[in-house]
Ligand binder design. Structure first.
Ligand SMILES: *[C@@H]1O[C@H](CO)[C@@H](O)[C@H](O)[C@H]1NC(C)=O
Ligand SMILES: *[C@@H]1O[C@H](CO)[C@@H](O)[C@H](O)[C@H]1NC(C)=O
Ligand SMILES: *[C@@H]1O[C@H](CO)[C@@H](O)[C@H](O)[C@H]1NC(C)=O
Ligand SMILES: *[C@@H]1O[C@H](CO)[C@@H](O)[C@H](O)[C@H]1NC(C)=O
Length: 381
Protein backbone atom coordinates (compact mmCIF):
# COMPACT_ATOMS: atom_id res chain seq x y z
CA UNK A 1 0.00 0.00 0.00
CA UNK A 2 2.61 2.41 1.18
CA UNK A 3 5.05 1.79 -1.62
CA UNK A 4 2.15 1.97 -4.04
CA UNK A 5 1.19 5.38 -2.63
CA UNK A 6 4.82 6.48 -2.94
CA UNK A 7 4.93 5.28 -6.52
CA UNK A 8 1.72 7.22 -7.17
CA UNK A 9 3.21 10.33 -5.63
CA UNK A 10 6.35 9.94 -7.66
CA UNK A 11 4.28 9.73 -10.83
CA UNK A 12 2.23 12.77 -9.86
CA UNK A 13 5.39 14.66 -9.06
CA UNK A 14 6.96 13.57 -12.36
CA UNK A 15 3.82 14.68 -14.21
CA UNK A 16 3.89 17.99 -12.36
CA UNK A 17 7.53 18.50 -13.27
CA UNK A 18 6.86 17.68 -16.90
CA UNK A 19 3.89 20.01 -17.11
CA UNK A 20 5.83 22.69 -15.25
CA UNK A 21 8.66 22.32 -17.76
CA UNK A 22 6.14 22.41 -20.60
CA UNK A 23 4.60 25.59 -19.23
CA UNK A 24 8.03 27.16 -18.88
CA UNK A 25 8.92 26.06 -22.38
CA UNK A 26 5.69 27.53 -23.75
CA UNK A 27 6.31 30.78 -21.90
CA UNK A 28 9.88 30.90 -23.18
CA UNK A 29 8.97 30.29 -26.80
CA UNK A 30 6.19 32.86 -26.54
CA UNK A 31 8.52 35.47 -25.08
CA UNK A 32 11.12 34.76 -27.77
CA UNK A 33 8.45 34.97 -30.45
CA UNK A 34 6.58 38.03 -29.26
CA UNK A 35 4.65 38.64 -32.51
CA UNK A 36 3.12 35.26 -33.45
CA UNK A 37 0.33 36.97 -35.41
CA UNK A 38 2.34 39.56 -37.31
CA UNK A 39 4.70 39.24 -40.27
CA UNK A 40 8.35 38.86 -39.32
CA UNK A 41 10.40 42.03 -39.65
CA UNK A 42 13.29 41.13 -41.98
CA UNK A 43 16.28 42.57 -43.79
CA UNK A 44 15.67 43.36 -47.47
CA UNK A 45 16.61 40.75 -50.09
CA UNK A 46 19.92 42.58 -50.75
CA UNK A 47 20.94 42.15 -47.08
CA UNK A 48 20.29 45.77 -46.04
CA UNK A 49 17.82 47.10 -43.49
CA UNK A 50 16.70 50.73 -43.44
CA UNK A 51 15.00 52.50 -40.54
CA UNK A 52 13.49 55.98 -40.80
CA UNK A 53 12.97 57.75 -37.49
CA UNK A 54 10.27 60.36 -36.98
CA UNK A 55 10.66 62.16 -33.70
CA UNK A 56 8.81 64.74 -31.65
CA UNK A 57 5.79 64.96 -33.95
CA UNK A 58 3.87 66.95 -31.28
CA UNK A 59 0.41 66.57 -32.76
CA UNK A 60 -2.62 68.18 -31.14
CA UNK A 61 -1.47 71.66 -30.13
CA UNK A 62 -4.23 74.23 -29.66
CA UNK A 63 -7.04 72.40 -31.46
CA UNK A 64 -9.15 75.58 -30.97
CA UNK A 65 -6.79 77.79 -33.06
CA UNK A 66 -6.09 77.67 -36.78
CA UNK A 67 -2.32 77.18 -36.41
CA UNK A 68 -2.48 74.01 -34.25
CA UNK A 69 -4.41 71.85 -36.72
CA UNK A 70 -2.38 73.40 -39.57
CA UNK A 71 0.83 72.17 -37.92
CA UNK A 72 -0.60 68.66 -37.92
CA UNK A 73 -1.56 68.94 -41.58
CA UNK A 74 2.06 69.94 -42.22
CA UNK A 75 3.47 67.05 -40.17
CA UNK A 76 1.29 64.54 -41.98
CA UNK A 77 2.39 66.06 -45.30
CA UNK A 78 6.02 65.59 -44.20
CA UNK A 79 5.39 61.91 -43.49
CA UNK A 80 3.59 61.50 -46.82
CA UNK A 81 6.54 63.10 -48.62
CA UNK A 82 9.37 61.30 -46.80
CA UNK A 83 8.00 57.75 -46.63
CA UNK A 84 7.57 57.05 -50.37
CA UNK A 85 11.01 58.61 -51.05
CA UNK A 86 12.89 56.71 -48.36
CA UNK A 87 10.99 53.40 -48.58
CA UNK A 88 12.17 52.27 -45.13
CA UNK A 89 11.92 48.65 -44.01
CA UNK A 90 10.86 49.88 -40.56
CA UNK A 91 9.81 53.17 -39.00
CA UNK A 92 10.35 54.36 -35.44
CA UNK A 93 8.27 57.11 -33.83
CA UNK A 94 10.70 58.14 -31.12
CA UNK A 95 8.49 59.88 -28.58
CA UNK A 96 6.41 63.02 -28.05
CA UNK A 97 3.87 61.93 -30.64
CA UNK A 98 1.30 64.24 -29.06
CA UNK A 99 1.54 67.49 -27.09
CA UNK A 100 -0.70 66.12 -24.34
CA UNK A 101 -0.94 69.44 -22.48
CA UNK A 102 -3.51 70.65 -24.98
CA UNK A 103 -5.68 67.52 -25.02
CA UNK A 104 -9.19 66.87 -23.84
CA UNK A 105 -9.92 63.83 -21.72
CA UNK A 106 -12.57 62.52 -24.11
CA UNK A 107 -10.45 62.53 -27.26
CA UNK A 108 -6.77 63.13 -26.40
CA UNK A 109 -5.52 60.06 -28.30
CA UNK A 110 -7.47 60.84 -31.49
CA UNK A 111 -4.25 62.20 -33.04
CA UNK A 112 -2.77 58.68 -33.10
CA UNK A 113 -5.19 57.94 -35.95
CA UNK A 114 -3.66 60.77 -37.99
CA UNK A 115 -0.08 59.81 -37.14
CA UNK A 116 -0.39 56.15 -38.14
CA UNK A 117 -2.41 56.97 -41.29
CA UNK A 118 0.58 57.29 -43.66
CA UNK A 119 2.19 54.12 -42.19
CA UNK A 120 -1.02 52.12 -42.55
CA UNK A 121 -1.47 53.33 -46.11
CA UNK A 122 2.03 52.19 -47.15
CA UNK A 123 1.92 49.05 -44.93
CA UNK A 124 5.22 49.85 -43.19
CA UNK A 125 5.97 48.01 -39.94
CA UNK A 126 6.78 50.43 -37.12
CA UNK A 127 6.81 50.99 -33.39
CA UNK A 128 6.91 53.84 -30.93
CA UNK A 129 8.54 55.13 -27.80
CA UNK A 130 6.75 57.77 -25.78
CA UNK A 131 7.91 61.03 -24.27
CA UNK A 132 7.27 63.53 -21.52
CA UNK A 133 4.55 65.26 -23.58
CA UNK A 134 2.72 61.93 -24.01
CA UNK A 135 2.15 61.77 -20.20
CA UNK A 136 -0.07 64.70 -19.21
CA UNK A 137 -3.25 65.50 -17.29
CA UNK A 138 -5.51 64.09 -20.02
CA UNK A 139 -3.30 61.43 -21.66
CA UNK A 140 -0.75 58.73 -20.83
CA UNK A 141 1.72 56.45 -22.57
CA UNK A 142 -0.50 53.41 -22.06
CA UNK A 143 -3.51 55.12 -23.63
CA UNK A 144 -1.48 56.03 -26.71
CA UNK A 145 -0.09 52.49 -26.95
CA UNK A 146 -3.56 50.93 -26.78
CA UNK A 147 -4.86 53.33 -29.43
CA UNK A 148 -1.89 52.61 -31.72
CA UNK A 149 -2.27 48.84 -31.32
CA UNK A 150 -5.96 49.20 -32.16
CA UNK A 151 -5.36 51.50 -35.15
CA UNK A 152 -2.35 49.96 -36.84
CA UNK A 153 -2.08 46.30 -37.93
CA UNK A 154 1.68 46.72 -38.41
CA UNK A 155 2.41 48.37 -35.06
CA UNK A 156 5.03 46.35 -33.14
CA UNK A 157 4.72 48.54 -30.04
CA UNK A 158 4.34 46.41 -26.91
CA UNK A 159 4.26 46.91 -23.17
CA UNK A 160 6.67 45.61 -20.56
CA UNK A 161 5.48 42.83 -18.20
CA UNK A 162 3.54 44.07 -15.14
CA UNK A 163 5.85 45.71 -12.59
CA UNK A 164 8.54 46.63 -15.15
CA UNK A 165 9.12 50.26 -16.13
CA UNK A 166 7.19 52.05 -13.38
CA UNK A 167 3.52 53.05 -13.58
CA UNK A 168 4.21 55.89 -16.04
CA UNK A 169 6.63 53.95 -18.27
CA UNK A 170 4.94 50.86 -19.73
CA UNK A 171 6.49 51.11 -23.21
CA UNK A 172 9.62 48.98 -22.84
CA UNK A 173 10.07 46.05 -25.28
CA UNK A 174 12.20 44.63 -28.09
CA UNK A 175 11.55 43.70 -31.70
CA UNK A 176 13.48 40.91 -33.46
CA UNK A 177 14.71 41.51 -37.02
CA UNK A 178 15.54 38.39 -39.07
CA UNK A 179 17.84 38.04 -42.08
CA UNK A 180 14.90 36.55 -43.97
CA UNK A 181 11.48 34.99 -43.36
CA UNK A 182 12.92 31.53 -42.65
CA UNK A 183 15.93 32.36 -40.45
CA UNK A 184 16.03 30.32 -37.25
CA UNK A 185 17.06 33.28 -35.09
CA UNK A 186 17.15 37.08 -35.38
CA UNK A 187 20.24 38.99 -36.56
CA UNK A 188 19.29 42.27 -34.96
CA UNK A 189 17.29 43.31 -31.91
CA UNK A 190 15.65 46.73 -31.80
CA UNK A 191 15.32 47.78 -28.15
CA UNK A 192 12.78 50.39 -27.03
CA UNK A 193 12.80 51.99 -23.58
CA UNK A 194 10.25 54.22 -21.88
CA UNK A 195 11.92 57.22 -20.23
CA UNK A 196 8.62 58.31 -18.61
CA UNK A 197 8.51 62.06 -17.81
CA UNK A 198 5.70 64.58 -17.98
CA UNK A 199 2.83 64.63 -15.51
CA UNK A 200 0.51 62.02 -14.04
CA UNK A 201 -2.89 61.70 -15.61
CA UNK A 202 -5.63 63.34 -13.56
CA UNK A 203 -3.47 64.37 -10.58
CA UNK A 204 -1.04 66.25 -12.84
CA UNK A 205 1.96 65.52 -10.56
CA UNK A 206 5.47 65.57 -12.08
CA UNK A 207 6.68 62.05 -12.96
CA UNK A 208 10.19 60.55 -12.90
CA UNK A 209 11.95 61.44 -16.17
CA UNK A 210 14.19 58.42 -16.54
CA UNK A 211 14.00 54.70 -17.39
CA UNK A 212 12.87 52.97 -14.19
CA UNK A 213 15.31 50.79 -12.20
CA UNK A 214 13.07 47.73 -12.66
CA UNK A 215 14.04 47.71 -16.34
CA UNK A 216 17.61 46.71 -15.42
CA UNK A 217 16.61 43.24 -14.18
CA UNK A 218 14.33 42.79 -17.19
CA UNK A 219 17.22 43.55 -19.59
CA UNK A 220 19.39 40.99 -17.80
CA UNK A 221 16.64 38.36 -17.92
CA UNK A 222 15.72 38.98 -21.59
CA UNK A 223 19.33 38.91 -22.79
CA UNK A 224 20.03 35.70 -20.82
CA UNK A 225 16.99 34.09 -22.40
CA UNK A 226 18.08 35.18 -25.89
CA UNK A 227 21.62 33.87 -25.32
CA UNK A 228 20.27 30.52 -24.12
CA UNK A 229 18.03 30.10 -27.16
CA UNK A 230 20.01 31.77 -29.93
CA UNK A 231 23.64 31.58 -28.81
CA UNK A 232 25.85 34.34 -27.41
CA UNK A 233 24.92 37.81 -28.67
CA UNK A 234 28.53 38.86 -29.28
CA UNK A 235 28.80 36.63 -32.39
CA UNK A 236 25.14 36.43 -33.35
CA UNK A 237 23.17 39.61 -32.91
CA UNK A 238 23.42 43.36 -33.37
CA UNK A 239 21.39 45.87 -31.37
CA UNK A 240 19.96 49.34 -31.86
CA UNK A 241 18.41 51.24 -28.95
CA UNK A 242 15.66 53.88 -28.90
CA UNK A 243 14.66 55.96 -25.89
CA UNK A 244 12.94 59.35 -26.06
CA UNK A 245 14.92 61.31 -23.45
CA UNK A 246 18.71 61.01 -23.90
CA UNK A 247 20.55 59.21 -21.10
CA UNK A 248 22.04 61.56 -18.51
CA UNK A 249 25.60 60.70 -19.62
CA UNK A 250 24.97 62.50 -22.95
CA UNK A 251 24.97 65.89 -21.24
CA UNK A 252 28.74 65.64 -20.75
CA UNK A 253 29.33 64.45 -24.33
CA UNK A 254 28.15 67.82 -25.70
CA UNK A 255 31.22 69.55 -24.24
CA UNK A 256 33.62 67.59 -26.49
CA UNK A 257 31.95 67.70 -29.93
CA UNK A 258 33.91 68.33 -33.09
CA UNK A 259 32.24 69.29 -36.33
CA UNK A 260 34.07 66.77 -38.52
CA UNK A 261 33.28 63.69 -36.45
CA UNK A 262 29.99 64.97 -35.03
CA UNK A 263 28.31 66.91 -37.84
CA UNK A 264 24.74 68.17 -37.61
CA UNK A 265 22.93 70.89 -35.71
CA UNK A 266 24.07 71.54 -32.18
CA UNK A 267 21.73 74.35 -31.21
CA UNK A 268 20.22 72.97 -28.00
CA UNK A 269 22.35 73.37 -24.89
CA UNK A 270 21.86 70.28 -22.71
CA UNK A 271 20.76 71.73 -19.39
CA UNK A 272 18.02 70.93 -16.89
CA UNK A 273 15.39 68.55 -18.24
CA UNK A 274 17.26 67.90 -21.49
CA UNK A 275 18.57 64.48 -20.49
CA UNK A 276 17.18 61.78 -18.22
CA UNK A 277 16.89 62.50 -14.49
CA UNK A 278 17.74 66.21 -14.65
CA UNK A 279 14.37 68.01 -14.41
CA UNK A 280 14.70 67.98 -10.63
CA UNK A 281 18.32 68.30 -9.38
CA UNK A 282 17.43 65.91 -6.53
CA UNK A 283 17.10 63.11 -9.13
CA UNK A 284 20.32 63.77 -11.01
CA UNK A 285 21.76 60.63 -12.52
CA UNK A 286 18.96 58.27 -11.43
CA UNK A 287 19.02 56.60 -14.85
CA UNK A 288 22.43 55.10 -14.01
CA UNK A 289 20.94 51.72 -13.02
CA UNK A 290 19.33 51.43 -16.46
CA UNK A 291 22.40 52.80 -18.28
CA UNK A 292 24.71 50.30 -16.53
CA UNK A 293 22.41 47.34 -17.23
CA UNK A 294 21.91 48.29 -20.88
CA UNK A 295 25.62 48.60 -21.57
CA UNK A 296 26.52 45.50 -19.57
CA UNK A 297 23.99 43.06 -20.98
CA UNK A 298 23.15 44.22 -24.50
CA UNK A 299 26.05 43.43 -26.86
CA UNK A 300 26.92 45.02 -30.22
CA UNK A 301 24.94 48.21 -29.64
CA UNK A 302 25.33 50.13 -32.92
CA UNK A 303 23.83 53.27 -31.38
CA UNK A 304 21.47 54.65 -28.76
CA UNK A 305 19.05 57.09 -30.43
CA UNK A 306 16.99 59.82 -28.73
CA UNK A 307 14.85 62.83 -29.57
CA UNK A 308 13.57 65.36 -27.02
CA UNK A 309 16.11 68.14 -27.79
CA UNK A 310 14.78 69.47 -31.10
CA UNK A 311 17.82 71.58 -31.97
CA UNK A 312 20.38 68.76 -31.94
CA UNK A 313 21.18 66.26 -34.70
CA UNK A 314 24.68 64.96 -33.94
CA UNK A 315 26.08 61.53 -33.18
CA UNK A 316 29.01 61.07 -30.79
CA UNK A 317 30.70 58.36 -28.75
CA UNK A 318 29.83 58.34 -25.04
CA UNK A 319 33.18 57.55 -23.39
CA UNK A 320 32.12 56.08 -20.03
CA UNK A 321 30.32 53.18 -21.76
CA UNK A 322 32.14 53.40 -25.07
CA UNK A 323 28.80 53.47 -26.89
CA UNK A 324 27.63 55.68 -29.77
CA UNK A 325 24.74 58.05 -29.20
CA UNK A 326 22.71 59.90 -31.92
CA UNK A 327 20.00 62.52 -31.78
CA UNK A 328 16.96 62.23 -34.03
CA UNK A 329 15.78 65.03 -36.28
CA UNK A 330 12.75 67.04 -35.13
CA UNK A 331 9.98 65.90 -37.52
CA UNK A 332 6.84 67.62 -36.25
CA UNK A 333 5.64 71.13 -36.97
CA UNK A 334 4.47 71.16 -33.35
CA UNK A 335 6.86 71.52 -30.42
CA UNK A 336 9.50 74.20 -29.95
CA UNK A 337 11.57 75.03 -33.00
CA UNK A 338 13.59 77.71 -34.72
CA UNK A 339 13.10 79.04 -38.25
CA UNK A 340 16.54 77.77 -39.31
CA UNK A 341 16.32 74.19 -37.98
CA UNK A 342 13.98 72.69 -40.56
CA UNK A 343 12.06 69.44 -40.17
CA UNK A 344 13.02 65.95 -41.23
CA UNK A 345 14.03 62.46 -40.17
CA UNK A 346 17.07 60.39 -39.23
CA UNK A 347 17.76 57.44 -41.50
CA UNK A 348 19.75 54.41 -40.32
CA UNK A 349 20.93 51.79 -42.79
CA UNK A 350 22.39 48.39 -41.89
CA UNK A 351 24.54 47.23 -44.79
CA UNK A 352 24.64 43.58 -43.79
CA UNK A 353 23.25 41.20 -41.20
CA UNK A 354 26.67 40.78 -39.55
CA UNK A 355 26.47 42.20 -36.03
CA UNK A 356 29.81 44.01 -36.13
CA UNK A 357 29.56 45.58 -39.60
CA UNK A 358 29.30 49.36 -39.84
CA UNK A 359 26.00 51.18 -40.28
CA UNK A 360 25.31 54.46 -42.09
CA UNK A 361 23.16 57.21 -40.68
CA UNK A 362 22.19 60.72 -41.80
CA UNK A 363 19.60 63.47 -41.50
CA UNK A 364 17.13 63.98 -44.33
CA UNK A 365 15.15 67.22 -44.41
CA UNK A 366 11.57 67.37 -45.66
CA UNK A 367 12.42 68.72 -49.10
CA UNK A 368 15.08 66.06 -49.66
CA UNK A 369 18.36 67.72 -48.60
CA UNK A 370 20.60 65.39 -46.60
CA UNK A 371 23.33 66.22 -44.08
CA UNK A 372 25.38 64.95 -41.15
CA UNK A 373 26.10 61.57 -42.74
CA UNK A 374 28.35 59.34 -40.63
CA UNK A 375 29.50 55.73 -40.66
CA UNK A 376 29.15 54.13 -37.25
CA UNK A 377 31.49 51.31 -36.25
CA UNK A 378 34.27 50.60 -33.76
CA UNK A 379 36.49 53.27 -35.37
CA UNK A 380 33.92 56.02 -34.94
CA UNK A 381 34.96 58.51 -32.27
C1 LIG B 1 3.16 74.73 -42.69
O1 LIG B 1 4.20 74.59 -43.63
C2 LIG B 1 4.47 75.71 -44.44
C3 LIG B 1 5.60 75.40 -45.37
O2 LIG B 1 5.63 74.11 -45.77
C4 LIG B 1 4.84 76.88 -43.57
O3 LIG B 1 5.02 78.03 -44.37
C5 LIG B 1 3.77 77.15 -42.54
O4 LIG B 1 4.20 78.15 -41.64
C6 LIG B 1 3.49 75.88 -41.76
N1 LIG B 1 2.40 76.12 -40.85
C7 LIG B 1 2.48 75.88 -39.54
C8 LIG B 1 1.29 76.24 -38.74
O5 LIG B 1 3.46 75.37 -39.02
C1 LIG C 1 -8.82 67.77 -19.66
O1 LIG C 1 -10.03 67.48 -20.33
C2 LIG C 1 -11.16 68.08 -19.74
C3 LIG C 1 -12.40 67.51 -20.42
O2 LIG C 1 -12.36 67.80 -21.80
C4 LIG C 1 -11.05 69.59 -19.87
O3 LIG C 1 -12.17 70.22 -19.29
C5 LIG C 1 -9.78 70.05 -19.15
O4 LIG C 1 -9.58 71.42 -19.37
C6 LIG C 1 -8.56 69.27 -19.66
N1 LIG C 1 -7.44 69.51 -18.75
C7 LIG C 1 -6.33 70.09 -19.15
C8 LIG C 1 -5.29 70.29 -18.10
O5 LIG C 1 -6.13 70.42 -20.30
C1 LIG D 1 -11.90 67.00 -28.96
O1 LIG D 1 -12.80 67.44 -27.99
C2 LIG D 1 -12.89 68.87 -27.90
C3 LIG D 1 -13.69 69.24 -26.66
O2 LIG D 1 -14.74 68.37 -26.45
C4 LIG D 1 -13.45 69.42 -29.20
O3 LIG D 1 -13.53 70.83 -29.15
C5 LIG D 1 -12.48 69.02 -30.32
O4 LIG D 1 -12.98 69.44 -31.57
C6 LIG D 1 -12.26 67.52 -30.34
N1 LIG D 1 -11.17 67.25 -31.24
C7 LIG D 1 -11.19 66.33 -32.18
C8 LIG D 1 -9.99 66.24 -33.04
O5 LIG D 1 -12.14 65.60 -32.33
C1 LIG E 1 28.68 72.17 -37.01
O1 LIG E 1 28.64 73.31 -37.82
C2 LIG E 1 27.35 73.71 -38.23
C3 LIG E 1 27.50 74.84 -39.24
O2 LIG E 1 28.33 75.83 -38.73
C4 LIG E 1 26.55 74.12 -37.00
O3 LIG E 1 25.24 74.49 -37.35
C5 LIG E 1 26.49 72.95 -36.04
O4 LIG E 1 25.87 73.36 -34.85
C6 LIG E 1 27.88 72.41 -35.74
N1 LIG E 1 27.73 71.14 -35.05
C7 LIG E 1 28.46 70.80 -34.01
C8 LIG E 1 28.22 69.46 -33.49
O5 LIG E 1 29.27 71.54 -33.48
Amino acid sequence: MLSCAFAGLAIVSLLLQTSHAAVLQARLSQSLNPYPNKPRVTFAADGTFKITVFSDLHYGENAWDVWGPQQDVNSTALMNKVLPDEKPDYVVLNGDLITGENGFKENATVYIDQIVGPLNKLKIPFSSTHGNHDNQANISHIEEIIREQHDAPLSYTRTAPPGIGGPSGPGTYWVPVYANKKASKPSLILWFFDSQGGFSEGANEPLPDWVDDTVAGWIEEQTAMMDAAWGPAAQNRGALVFVHIPPHAIQQVQTTLDNTTNPGLNDDFLGEGSTQATSDPANNGKDQVFWDALNTHVKNIHAVISGHDHGNEWCAREPTKNVIFCFDKHSGYGGYSSATWGHGVRNVVFQSTKPQDSIQTWIRLEEGETRARVTLDKNYQ
